[in-house]
Design a protein around this ligand. Structure first.
Ligand code: ADP
Ligand code: MG
Length: 227
């Protein structure tokens, strides 16, 4: 059973009289515990697609199943609940809360959604920071961390609530090349260790080469690369 499946998936944006077909009749499946990249130039539809998979935006037509749920019809509240239980996010600009320490940022999804007891939360947070190699940075604030360290904290946050799926929209865009490759390798090792499916996007061919499954986006059309 695939983790994500899309059939005739389309997204049309309307801004006044102008219509943009951001995703056109996409057909794809993503298997559990896979390491998947969507690659394409700016404007090709990467964010639109990841936002639909992440239930941050609705398809205009077609079907989209994520973790055994038809997500195209979820209302805001159900979508938020679904995300909290199943999906972690990693962003290009890290999106850590500046007033919280690294540990508090990682703890945040557990406080917000899962209501774990405090001592269990702290243990889980430290285990995740250790897994991504920044346990020694736990008490620092995001402003005191390097880009690579911030993205490690963000990966720990995306995984802390046992997400089945992590969506990372251009996670390496603000990192130098060597750090970018290390972050992708870290995500792959997290997939190996936790069985979490990772789906990321990039327009960098060197980053894309680290993926096991590659889909190319061009003007909203999705094609699977031969590997
Ligand atoms: P990428 O992430 O690959 O750069 P996007 O998914 O952001 O591409 O955008 C795909 C297309 O949809 C682009 O033509 C973009 O201008 C358009 N688009 C994205 N978001 C909106 C929106 N909220 N309203 C109107 N058009 C949008
Ligand atoms: Mg984008």
């Amino acid at each position: 059973m695939s983790l994500v499946s899309a059939s005739k998936l389309s997204k049309r944006y309307r801004a006044g009289d102008i219509e943009v077909d951001a995703i056109r009749d996409a057909e794809f499946v993503i298997e559990p515990a896979s390491f998947v990249c969507f690659v394409g130039p700016s404007g090709s539809g990467k964010s639109t697609l990841l936002n639909m998979i992440g239930c941050l935006d609705h398809p205009s037509s077609g079907t989209l199943r994520v973790v055994d749920t038809d997500v195209s019809g979820l209302d805001r509240r159900s979508a938020a609940d679904f995300r909290g239980r199943n999906i972690g996010f990693v962003f290009q600009d890290f999106n850590l809360l500046p007033v919280l320490t690294a540990a508090e940022n990682v703890e945040y999804p557990l406080v917000m959604v899962q209501r774990w007891p405090a001592n269990k939360r702290k243990q889980r947070v430290m285990a995740m920071l250790d897994a991504v190699g920044v346990a020694d940075q736990a008490a620092k604030y995001p402003g005191q961390l390097s880009g690579g360290q911030k993205q490690r904290v963000a990966i720990a946050r995306a995984l802390v609530a046992n997400s089945k799926l992590v969506l990372a929209d251009e996670p390496t865009a603000n990192l130098d090349h060597a750090t970018a490759i290390r972050i992708i390798e870290l995500m792959k090792s997290m997939r190996d260790g936790f069985g979490t499916t990772f789906v990321f996007s990039t327009h960098d061919p060197k980053v894309m080469a680290e993926a096991e499954v590659i889909f190319t986006l061009e003007d909203g059309r999705v094609a699977r690369n031969a590997h």
